[in-house]
Design a protein around this ligand. Structure first.
Ligand code: SAM
Length: 288
């Protein structure tokens, strides 16, 4: 039975092992059963599923995942948590704890060996300092993914959902929306964690598109165009593209491409939709 999602049992485990929180690993453990249940429900886990959990901590959410899923792999970087996880997960025979930095794990190989390459579900209360590299790594490495249900900083969750015109719209919004449909599940106040973080959090579910929502000839080029456009937010799109080392087009050809898109030549990148970035990168790709 899942037993850890409350302050009393969490403190008992921490004291038993004399555990010290490590700030550098972004350790804020969940202590609210309601939020844990909402995460499991939002992730729509069934007994058919293989779930990858990133950063299990003392195993609070892992216990819930073990009960809901067929099999779980939990990747934890902190050596001090490994003996604790052995203890808190001793009741379950469908979990493997992997002591590793998630950024160094070959997730494709893991999905292949644990789920025969079929789409996996990822669930995590993420260490906030590596939220973006983890999400981008999962998408860009083309790991077979069904959905990613994650707790992130509230601001980052908002950014993932934004469109043109918002100050929070940026490269992360476009990348997430190219690969998946983002939906905020629940906002989570600092009081649901131990220790309490300084910022608000939110659980967001990213459901992988079966087909990309836009037609792109060269995905890598589109992401270079996007990065170039948001690299210097105050500059025009033309200047951003002109100053970006990854794009070797003359100023004239850049201006010509922007006009071909049917927008003013002095437009800023933040005004373009995903569809327009896709079109622009297709136009540029033919001129390279
Ligand atoms: N899942 C637990 C919970 O909800 O209570 C803990 C969440 S805590 C916010 C983040 C966890 O990720 C910590 O256990 C931390 O040690 C682990 N972590 C941090 N960086 C990591 C990395 N690069 N790879 C794997 N785990 C990491």
């Amino acid at each position: 039975m899942a037993t850890l999602g409350n302050p009393r049992n969490t403190i008992a485990v921490l004291q038993k092992y004399n555990f010290n929180f490590q700030k550098k690993f972004g350790q804020n453990f969940l202590i609210d059963t309601r939020i844990l249940e909402e995460i499991i429900e939002a992730a729509q886990i069934t007994k058919e599923d293989f779930v990858l959990e990133i950063g299990p901590g003392i195993g609070t959410m892992t216990q819930y995942l073990c009960e809901a899923a067929r099999e779980v792999a939990a990747v934890e970087i902190d050596a001090n948590l490994i003996p604790i996880l052995k203890d808190t997960l001793s009741e379950y025979d469908n979990v493997e704890v992997i002591h590793q930095d998630i950024l160094k794990v070959d997730i494709n190989a893991l999905a292949q060996s644990k789920n025969q390459g079929r789409p996996i579900k990822v669930v995590a209360n993420l260490p906030y300092y590596i939220t973006t590299p983890i999400i981008m790594g999962l998408f860009e490495s083309h790991v077979p993914i069904d959905s990613i249900t994650i707790m992130v900083q509230k601001e980052v969750a908002d950014r993932m959902q934004e469109g043109p015109g918002s100050k929070d719209y940026g490269a992360l919004s476009l990348a997430v929306q190219y690969y998946a449909k983002p939906e905020i599940v629940v906002n989570v106040p600092p009081s649901c964690f131990m220790p309490q973080p300084k910022v608000g959090s939110a659980v967001i579910r990213l459901t992988r598109h079966s087909e990309p929502p836009v037609q792109v000839e060269d995905e890598k080029l589109m992401f270079s165009v996007i990065r170039a456009s948001f690299n210097q937010r105050r500059k025009t799109l033309a200047n951003g593209l002109n100053n970006y080392p990854g794009i070797s087009l003359s100023k004239e050809l850049i201006q010509e491409s922007i006009l071909e898109l049917g927008v003013p030549v002095n437009i800023r990148g933040e005004a373009l939709s995903l569809e327009q970035f896709a079109q622009l990168s297709n136009i540029i790709s033919r001129k390279l």
